[in-house]
Design a protein around this ligand. Structure first.
Ligand code: HEM
Length: 126
């Protein structure tokens, strides 16, 4: 039968909802990240990140139904992302992932991906 996706293995939408909500709770108090967000209401950005991650890990394709091909590098070009911004993003995400209650193998798989993705979206040396 179908292999069970990572999305399902970690608890489905509820888990991604929790992780991304916790991430944005940190962003709200982060002096490096908050100024990058074009809109005061972080709700829509939270939904986009949650739907993207759900899709990436084998869940529903709602992200692309709404937004098309992810093209994450292109979509981050408007924001200066150097080492300071990357580190701030990963600091917030680390808290969210660590508090999600995943077993160690899933936690590491998720974290390694996010670290790789954050590095790949840097577009400034400073
Ligand atoms: C959008 C910052 C890394 C996924 C955004 C936005 C900002 C931002 C300011 C616009 C908010 C909005 O959606 O309205 C950053 C910074 C990063 C980072 C500073 C540091 C490296 C990542 C990573 C991922 C990601 C690692 C995925 C694993 C997304 C997605 C969107 C987004 C899916 C919405 C794209 C769309 O559909 O328009 N990011 N981001 N970001 N980011 Fe990031």
């Amino acid at each position: 039968g179908n292999p069970v996706s990572f999305f399902e293995q970690v608890g489905g939408e509820e888990t991604f909802r929790r992780v991304v909500a916790r991430f944005y709770q940190e962003v709200k108090n982060d002096d490096v990240l908050l100024p990058l967000y074009p809109e005061e209401d972080l709700g829509p950005a939270e939904e986009r990140l949650r739907l993207f991650l759900m899709q990436y890990w084998g869940g529903p394709h709602t992200y692309s139904d709404n937004r098309g091909h992810p093209r994450l590098r292109m979509r981050h070009v408007p924001f200066k992302i150097g080492p300071i911004e990357r580190d701030a993003w990963l600091r917030c995400m680390r808290i969210a992932v660590d508090e999600a209650g995943l077993d160690e193998a899933h936690r590491k798989q998720l974290w390694d991906y996010l670290e790789m993705a954050a590095n790949s979206l840097m577009n400034s040396l400073t």
